[in-house]
Ligand binder design. Sequence first.
Ligand SMILES: O=C(O)CCC(=O)C(=O)O
Length: 259
Amino acid sequence: MKLSEQQLRLFRDFGFLVFRQYLSPEEIAQYSREFNAGLDSWLEDGKHDGKTRHYASLMEEKSPFIAGLADDPRFADVAEQLLGKDVLAIAVDGNYHVDDTLWHPDTGSLDYTAVKFCIYPDPLTADSGALRVIPGSHRDPFHSQISREPETAYNLAQTDVPAYAFESQPGDVLAFNVALWHAAFGGARSRRQGVVVYYEDPDTPSARTAIQQQMRGNHRAFASVGRQMYGPHWRSIDTPRHQRWIRRLAELDVLETDI
Ligand SMILES: O=C(O)CCC(=O)C(=O)O
């Protein structure tokens, strides 16, 4: 799939892009099944209590279709075009969210670029947990000026920060630059969100260092719940591009956890 000049420009200038009905109804039905199977398999009694946010990797054998989306040209080729270079697939995972997600970007460093595709398998509106993004907030100086405390900084409630709300139907996908500020409000307990994340394949020392630092944090998060980030299923996906990702992560010394 080839993005148009306008789509690339929209992503560059505003930091996000919406793809309506990117996954077919059949695909989203399979996505939905595997999502629950994957997330529930990381729960002690196999059922989410709706009380605390629950996160699980979807790179495992319980969710082969979802894990395979990282290799799907609709995601991998598009990520390469959005970032304008080779990318590395970093994570495919899911969340049962339970509370509002307050305003934040996903990275503390602008030394590398990355894109996150968000898949919400249930219909969402602005007030029932749709992802909100602040257009253009992925780049400095705007990026660094925004406050995590809009109440104090701007006398605005979190929900009143000016933003675009990604109101969605199952099958819609939003891709955003991970430096973009985002939030979500009013979702139901166990609101489902899946993501596919790619980092740029670093070709400068500063990008490489920033990615290595970020990856250590990613591995630590997995280790804290007794899991390995990249298990046998993920490592065994046998496409040339996937195997190149694995080799490159190893070369960058970020395939394994060092803790
Ligand atoms: O609550 C949400 O849907 C947003 C989650 C989030 O912050 C993210 O995907 O980075």
